[in-house]
Design a protein around this ligand. Sequence first.
Ligand code: GLC
Length: 810
Amino acid sequence: MLLSYAFVLQVSSQDFNVSAGDLKSFKQNGQVLGIASSTGFYQVEVISPSIIHVRADQQKLEENFSYAIVGKAQKSSYTLVDSNSEIVITTDSLKTVISKKPLRISFYTIAGELINRDEPAFGITWTEHEVTNYKKIFDGERFIGLGEKTGPLDRRGNGYTNWNSDTPGYALDADPIYSSIPFYIGIHDSLCYGIFLDNSSKTHFNFGASNTRFSSFTAEVGELDYYFIYHSKVEDIIESYTFLTGRTPLPSKWSMGFQQCRWSYYPESEVMDLARTFREKEIPLDVIYLDIHFMDSYKIFTWNSDRFPDPARMVSGLRKMGIRTTLIVDPGIKVEAGYPAYESGLKQSIFLKYPDNTNYAGSVWPGLCHFPDFTNPASRKWWGDQFSAYTSVGVEGFWNDMNEPATWGQRFPSLVKFDLDGNGGSTLEGRNVYGMQMARATYEGAKLKMSGHRPFVLTRAGYAGLQRYTAIWTGDNVASDDHMLLGVRLVNSLGVSGVGNAGMDIGGFVGNASSELFARWISIGAFTPFFRSHKSINMKASEPWSYGEETEAIAKYYIRLRYKLMPYLYSTFSENALNGMPVARTLAIEHPFEAKVYDGAFQNQFMFGDALMVAPLSSTAMSAKVFLPHGEWFDFYSDQKFPGNKEIVVDAPLYRLPVFVKAGSIIPMQSVVQSAMEAPADTLMLHIYYGNEKNEFTYYEDDGETFDYEKGNSLTRSIIFDPLAKELIMKECEGSYASIFKYVKVIFHGFENASFILDGTVRSLLTTSYHPVFPDDIYRQELYYANQDVINAVYFVIPNGRGEMKISWK
Ligand code: GLC
């Protein structure tokens, strides 16, 4: 009995698991190698010297379709050596070894170090309907990225699923939540690599959870399709990943300012009062959001005419105060005879359908709804066309919500058909790309109607590549310290995964924050790429002044600081548009092999751009243990200098979020403005922090809101700090845009007793008791809580010419 039971088990396991088998034949066609094995079909393609594309299926491989990929294979030279046991493909940057019996794939550096390999026994295996690639897990191997995933920075020991889900008030370890980005970076020994599994079905990642043998990735439907990326630096892996999946076009400057939201501000008078209060209190603000109550019965593309009788009047009133309007846009179109969007959607047949071709209907805010099939080009166009209803009254921001898609009951039927741009499929492949394609339709549609202005799109759900169209926020978080810190990790992980413009609901969406929590949260939020306060219905109001005087002063201080940093931030977003480097950067990007970076005590630390390191902490801790990576660091507030590669403890009362400046940094700042597009004072403040290493900053300026920069109407200028040559060089400006700054005030930090030479003459320096964050005296007086450290800084002011300027020192 026992024996025969064992026998049955063995047979079953053979039936249920089909592994890659032995290589039977292969064919080389340009940069593509087609392979047949005893059990399946494979393709290995050289996309660039550092990117290899691997596909595997049990059926013949068809032409590839992907919503994520926009980077095409680049002409790359490589060699192929075929022997009895293996095929070796060598590019300038890595070696791909395909062993033949059985078929397994390994990746090596040119020097022969093993970067990544298939788990020798399992490799690629089909288990019933799903396909998994098992990879050898290395001792001490760490894993970062995978987009919006809860949990620690280092994902080792955990497993995750990608299935876009509406998860209000999600638990700290909930998985999945709203969006899916099946891309991670593995780090071991002194090597790092990226893997992007391009499959929009439900996918699973295992980084050594419940096993000690492998890491793995699984697709429940379709082929195994992944990109392997190797570079010696994490930032270059991100650059290659965003070469593949695209980058965020430069957002408007106003979308980098502070944004105020709640569910919901209405009627018009309340919105205008809100705007006036910001202006009266001189708390900068760029955007006000209208949540679902602005509509008539939650019907998209309508206005509630009692609450908002004259939307154009309101939007332009706000605009005159320097405030833009962003509206919520949900995908569900109410089933209601006579409602124009419903009628025209029906007529043009743009909705998702059941297999019997009746429109799928599910309930959301408006009641029973149909849902546009955003994976159909005709539906995307239809959707885009509807946006005149909003753009015609001057709305410039579009907040795409509920696009997992969310329906009450949370059981979106599997059998619903998705067009998938003509490829056809069901919810199984369509769900994870739905939100991204909605954001695409919104972005493309609004852009057409905004006469050359940049639309701002925000989404809740998405898939790899979403960054091409939209910013993202981390959904319905909770007002707690742990959620605030989780939010930091989510934003940083999105940054590793190609999404540079991400943020969280400041203050927590669900539940009421204490004054302390709001104060801490908004100070951290000032250093997140997307900076918005939002609160659920029936909760305590969540404006900067809703938590008492002291919290208001702290909020005001950090929001103003954000605006002072605007030239730095705008330049950083421009870098993101060029090479995909995120705005908020986990320390693991620059220091992947430094164990301390992953330590629970330090894992939330991040760089805000290239220069500023932020050490988030809870609202109950008044001092922080901070890890300073190697190099040297300045306390942002006091200029106190610290050697790196060290843990320090710093005071961190609520008004003083620990922020440090990396030695050698170049930080352009400006005077406070009330909205990002308001002209600041005519002097750019260029802060230079002395360091032993050469550094370069690319300063960028343009009009902040149109696409004219695409025609060269921009200004780019390299600023180089070179301590060996003892020189600061501001290179000649490139591009035709004329800077808004007439002067540059160069402020030197940590240059001990140097004398400075400009145009061959020693310049006399002005010395000031100067505080880097409170340079405007009027404001300093207001800050009774303000930091007492005042430093001596030296500076001089020079005209902001377009030609090269060189400052040297002795
Ligand atoms: C969802 C969104 C939230 C919004 C609410 C009402 O819960 O995530 O931000 O306020 O819907 O529209």
